[in-house]
Design a protein around this ligand. Structure first.
Ligand code: SF4
Ligand code: SF4
Ligand code: FES
Length: 238
């Protein structure tokens, strides 16, 4: 690889433009390292978001050469094409400035999907033992490692054309709770998930699964929600 990489970064708001910087290459450098180099050495006004730098907080996602990615775990050597890389903000979210999006709608949809645990026991009750070998727990565990990065939300065409759609991350989270035997959200959550913009709006084209950096499969979780809400409807529970 050459000693520098040409980095085109989105600048300004939605009507902004790409600005190119020449950044020194280092061994094992990540996309986030490159963005950070620009902010520290070339233009301190560059706005972007990160926190943990180790793939846990989910705050560093950006669009890299047209594809949503977690930038702190993406090596620059993997994405450079002809000595150049283009880094923009995530799609499907309002842009605040440069590479920083407004995540409010994303997290409000988690609330609409009733993504908060609803306890069925009080603190006076003994702590319940849940076997990891039961089918509901296996289903919940398969979807539980989400870091709220919004990569799937940015990759989803249905989010793009249907502003009411709750999106793959919120629905994936809801699936973990639907399968949590300790949760008391029950019918109220299922009703929210079956409503307009809920699980039945998903077209199952699997962009979310293809792009998720944690190798989760929100499409499978949403398919489970479709079955579960349909069963509840047939039983007259919705
Ligand atoms: S499978 Fe559903 S949630 Fe995933 S990208 Fe496609 S429409 Fe969006
Ligand atoms: S499901 Fe995957 S891509 Fe979507 S927010 Fe969670 S970790 Fe990110
Ligand atoms: S900075 Fe936390 S996941 Fe990338």
């Amino acid at each position: 690889m050459p000693a520098t990489v040409e980095v085109a970064l989105w600048r300004g708001k939605a009507d902004g433009r790409y600005q190119t910087f020449s950044v020194p290459l280092r061994e094992n450098q990540t996309v986030l390292d490159v963005v950070t180099w620009v902010q520290r050495h070339a233009d301190p006004t560059l706005a972007y978001r990160f926190a943990c730098r180790v793939g846990m907080c989910g705050s560093c996602a950006m669009t890299v050469n047209g594809r949503p990615r977690w930038t702190c775990r993406t090596h620059i050597s993997k994405v450079v094409e002809d000595g150049r890389v283009e880094i923009g903000p995530l799609a499907n979210l309002p842009l605040i400035k440069d590479l920083a999006c407004d995540m409010q709608a994303f997290f409000e949809k988690w609330q609409k999907a009733k993504g908060a645990f609803a306890p069925s026991k009080s603190r006076q009750d003994p702590i319940e033992r849940i076997s990891p070998a039961t089918a509901p727990r296996i289903a919940a565990d398969a979807a539980i490692e989400c870091i709220n990065c919004a990569v799937c939300y940015s990759a989803c065409d249905t989010v793009r054309w249907n502003e009411d759609y709750l999106g793959p991350a919120a629905l994936n989270r809801a699936w973990t709770l639907v399968n949590d035997v300790r949760d008391a959200g029950g019918r109220e959550r299922l009703a929210a998930l079956a409503a307009n913009g809920g699980c039945h709006a998903c077209h199952s084209h699997q962009s979310c699964q293809e792009h998720c950096p944690k190798a989760l499969n929100p499409t499978a979780s949403i398919a489970g929600l479709k079955r579960r809400t349909m069963q509840a409807y047939i039983r007259g529970e919705l």
